[in-house]
Design a protein. Structure first.
Length: 328
């Protein structure tokens, strides 16, 4: 079982336009409304591909009710935690050339009592050895060390912890040494305190995080692919660099969540091959799932019919010193 925790879920409305022109009336080509929040998306992706997952989600207000309805319609396994604040709504404008503009609400805060209730559900719904994935931004007013505190508690009770967040919350979480972190290039740069302009610099930064006690450092690089440092087998901890092909991008919303779900689908499975083969397979799945999500509208999660493993590859001799495009 892979349990996900989303402290700041959302309703995600995606509006597709030919081209976004600020300051004028823009006509939508099509729209869609999806469940949102990183952990929610990880669970949706895993379930869509036949892997057991359950999402722990605080829900409040009319938008929380609508989010619950959407999750029920997708048959997502959810532990809904009623909270006093209202669930947020986010808007994404996707242009025909793949450009994405996002407008994210901050969300409502959670009380100490609500956070305690959520943590209690996480412990109740998981077992020692299970992966618990702490995902997304923290709501306003929640201490930046919340994920770090949850990491320590969960690991002390035998759970394996993955964290996908940003800013101070990620820095605190890295200090708590979860089993896995999945930063993007900008988030990793914030953790190490410097710009990262090449694969060599990204790998060096990932090793810094690995040396702080994080076993799996999985860095998503958008169109530049991804890197993996570390893993479960100390004898097979060579760095991996991979890329994936997307010929017709539609929306990047949720692609990083599908990427993480693909990786976890391999490393959380009991039959995972040991050593280098298992690590390569996990990274290939992550790349293929992420690429599949980019080809889909809104934050729709890919199914097996959407995922093309041949679109992903591990690079045998990547150019580590070539300068990457500026990070966005």
């Amino acid at each position: 079982m892979i349990l996900t925790v989303t402290l700041n879920p959302s309703l995600d409305r995606t509006i597709e336009v030919d081209r976004l022109v600020p300051g004028v009336v823009n006509r939508a080509v099509r729209t869609r409304l999806d469940p949102g929040g990183k952990g929610v998306n990880v669970t949706r992706a895993l379930l869509a591909n036949g892997h057991a997952s359950r999402a722990v989600v605080p829900l409040g207000g009319p938008d929380g009710n609508e989010l619950a309805t959407l999750l029920a319609a997708e048959r997502v396994d959810v532990v809904a935690v009623p909270v006093a604040g209202s669930t947020r709504s986010n808007v994404t404008v996707a242009e025909a050339d793949g450009t994405v503009t996002k407008l994210n609400e901050p969300g409502a805060s959670l009380t100490e009592e609500e956070l305690t209730t959520i943590t209690g559900h996480v412990l109740e719904q998981s077992s020692p050895g299970d992966w618990v994935v702490l995902c997304g931004s923290l709501p306003p007013g929640v201490d930046a060390g919340e994920y770090a505190a949850m990491t320590k508690l969960l690991q002390s009770s035998g759970r394996r912890v993955a964290v996908d967040t940003s800013g101070p919350a990620l820095a605190h979480a890295v200090a708590a040494a979860p089993d896995l972190v999945k930063p993007n290039r900008v988030e990793l740069a914030e953790v190490v305190g410097r710009d990262l302009d090449s694969l060599a610099e990204i790998l060096a930064a990932a090793h810094e995080v690995h040396d702080r006690g994080v076993a799996h450092v999985l860095v998503s690089l958008g169109g530049d692919g991804a890197v993996l440092v570390g893993g479960d087998d100390p004898a097979a901890d060579g760095d991996l660099v991979g890329t994936s092909r997307v010929d017709h991008p539609r929306s990047t919303v949720g692609a990083g969540d599908a990427f993480l779900a693909g990786y976890l689908s391999v490393v959380a499975a009991e039959h995972t091959p040991p050593g280098a083969d298992g690590r390569s397979r996990a990274l290939l799945e992550a790349l293929a799932w992420g690429a599949a999500a980019v080809r889909l509208p809104g934050s729709l999660m890919p199914t097996p019919a959407d995922i093309d493993l041949s679109a992903a590859q591990i690079l045998a001799a990547p150019d580590l010193h070539a300068r990457l495009a500026p990070a966005s």
